[in-house]
Structure formats: C-alpha cells, structure tokens
Design a protein around this ligand. Sequence first.
Ligand code: MF3
Ligand code: CO
Ligand code: CO
Length: 265
Amino acid sequence: MTITIKTPEEITKMRIAGRLAADVLEMIEPHVKPGVSTDELNTLCHDYIVNVQQAIPAPLNYGRPPFPKSICTSINHQICHGIPSDKRLKKGDEINIDITVLKDGYHGDTSKMFSVGEPTIAGKRLAQVTQRCLYLGILQVKPGAKLSAIGKVIQAYAHSQNYSVVQEFCGHGIGAKFHEDPQVLHYYHADNDKIIMEPGMIFTIEPMINQGKRDIKLLPDQWTVVTKDHKLSAQWEHTVLVTDTGFEILTLRPEEEGWQERMVQ
Ligand code: MF3
Ligand code: CO
Ligand code: CO
C-alpha cells in the first residue's frame, strides 16, 4: 500500500478540482425537481463540466464494465453507483448525485442528497443523520490521528440512530488517480488502526447509511448497488486534505458555511 503525500503544487491543483466538483452540485440543484429524468441531469452536468469547466467527468468509461454516464445518480433504496436513465424523479424521492471531476491531472470527488419536492419524514431524517456521519468523520482528521477514528465515530453515531453502515464500499485516497490508497472504512476495523494521518494526505469520506439492514445487492447492470431489503439508503461525500493542524474540505459548498457551529446542537 502506498499513500501519496501531495506536494504544495499538487494541493493547489486538488483545491481547484475540488472546487469544480462542488460547483457542479450547486449548478444542478435547481434542476432536481419532480419530472426531470436522471439522464437530463447527467447531460446538464456533463455539458457544464466539459464546456464551462473545461474538465473531464471522471466516471465516464471508468472501470469494468465501463461506467456509461458522467455522474452517478442513486435514488431511494439505491446505495451508490446508480446509472442515469430516462427514469423521472417524483415528489418524495431522495437522490444522491455523485460528481467526480478531473482537471489538470487531478480529481475532486463529492456527493450530496437532494430531496425531490417535499421530503418524507423518514427520507429527510436519514439524509440528515448521514450528513452528520460525514461531518463527524471529518472532525477526526488531523496529523497523528488513526484512520480508524473516522469509521469509529461514524459507526457509533449511525447505530445510535438505529441505522446500519454499508461495509462493502469505502472512502479512498484521491489525487492523480480516482481511487488511491488508503481505503477509508466507515466502520471500525483494526486495519485502519495502523494508518496514521499525515499532512498532505488527501482522501474522501463518503458514508453510506441504511435505514434497514446493511446488506447490499449488485444489479445485473454490474454497477447499481441497492439495499437487499429495499429500504432507504443515503450517502454524502467530501474530499478532505490533512493539514498541519487538522483538515481542509476541498469540496465544501457555500451552503455549508458554519457547519461546525451547527454541529454542537
Ligand atoms: N464517485 C464514486 C466514489 O465516490 C465512484 C464512482 S465510480 C463510477 O468513489 F464509475 F461509478 F463512476
Ligand atoms: Co469517492
Ligand atoms: Co464520489
């Protein structure tokens, strides 16, 4: 396992890539409404990334079989890696949109939950708890800390709210490659005890939290991951830099300003 420590020049490029990925989530927000198809959202994001940002949507043709679209859209019981299609959103849906932008050789990766029209109580609560899981994980990031501290707090909080944590997918180092070492687990595992955070490390934290059991199923399209019990799942993701004193969120959106103050409530 090799965890890359980014140079100041690389960190500058990662800040730019992260900012661009966050900008796409802001751009798409007003379009996430009842009646829009996830293909239409995909096209809007693709065109914005390519034409306005002059960047590359990293998911397109990524992996095996090649991912066929430029963003991931995961609705309700879909956990992650949902493929945009002609399916239209309806009131009460909860959708995760996951954006990864490649700019000047470096990646920025971020996702958030959107409520379509008026949210259900259950959907809103799961999305809020999952965002808090992400923030609690981020608060563990500082030089000298064990990587396992992240999963520990996420798991404890999710369980305290009677939710479960998906274990098959994790956060990841990120930089010139989309997915680098280390694997950032969202539950406690001794493997992550041995990894100590250092300034210049950059990784994502992207908890997937389920309303029911943690078990997953992969659909025949070989990408879409759903809950086995078809209950709701939510996910939020940020790309985070370990600084000399703590962390810097490279994909922070303006709407999140003041998140740490709101955490204490
Ligand atoms: N963006 C996802 C992540 O957070 C990975 C998507 S891979 C894709 O790691 F091929 F589905 F795009
Ligand atoms: Co990621
Ligand atoms: Co992502």
